[in-house]
Design a protein around this ligand. Structure first.
Ligand SMILES: [Zn+2]
Ligand SMILES: [Zn+2]
Length: 192
């Protein structure tokens, strides 16, 4: 998959997506091809733009259950090959080139909500420079790569469906509480 194809999936090009692209390209080289089913599992430690590259390129998706999100706010990605448990953790160690004085000023104005043309232009070109930096850097400059031992997550499970006695909607059984013989879904249980 080219970076342009990943951009199409994500909707715009940005430094975060470029990082995800580089992470996933490296992992596919280390662990073999993309996951058609669930043979590759990704544990991502953030929910930034980068994760869209993981989904598009590695086939580790939210819907298939082989994308596990840990809300740690870290640029770190662990991939596990189910067939033999081989696992790689990639953490980003790259620091972008420093901002110029002008960029710092414009960035502060942007962060404060200023969307005037002079501000947006500088912010955009800074973004592009960062993105190109990521795409050009070597794997060594970008990442720390470790082969790690992690327990294999359970494959996606299929649960029995039941009907919520309050709203009448269908819900998977483990996401309900019992009231006598009845099942109650979580949002209904929270309401009363
Ligand atoms: Zn993005
Ligand atoms: Zn309900």
């Amino acid at each position: 998959m080219t970076f342009e194809e990943v951009v199409q999936f994500h909707g715009h090009s940005c430094p975060g997506l470029a990082l995800g692209y580089r992470v996933t390209a490296l992992v596919l080289k280390e662990l073999g091809g993309r996951a058609h089913d669930e043979e590759l599992v990704a544990i991502v430690e953030n929910n930034s733009c980068a994760v869209d590259a993981v989904q598009a390129m590695a086939g580790c998706t939210f819907g298939k259950g082989n994308l596990i999100f840990k809300d740690y706010g870290k640029q770190a990605y662990t991939f596990i090959r189910r067939s033999d448990g081989e696992a790689v953790r990639i953490s980003v160690k790259w620091t972008p080139p420093p901002d110029s004085e002008e960029e710092k000023v414009m960035w502060d104005r942007y962060a404060a909500g200023d969307r005037s043309q002079e501000v947006v232009q500088v912010v955009q070109s800074r973004k592009t420079r960062k993105m190109e930096g990521v795409l050009k850097a070597s794997d060594n400059e970008l990442f720390k790569v470790e082969h790690v031992d992690v327990p294999l997550p359970e494959p996606a499970r299929i649960y029995k469906s039941v009907t919520c006695s309050v709203c009448g909607e269908t819900v998977m059984e483990p996401k309900t509480s019992r009231r006598g013989e009845d099942y109650v879904c979580l949002p209904c249980a929270e309401k009363n």
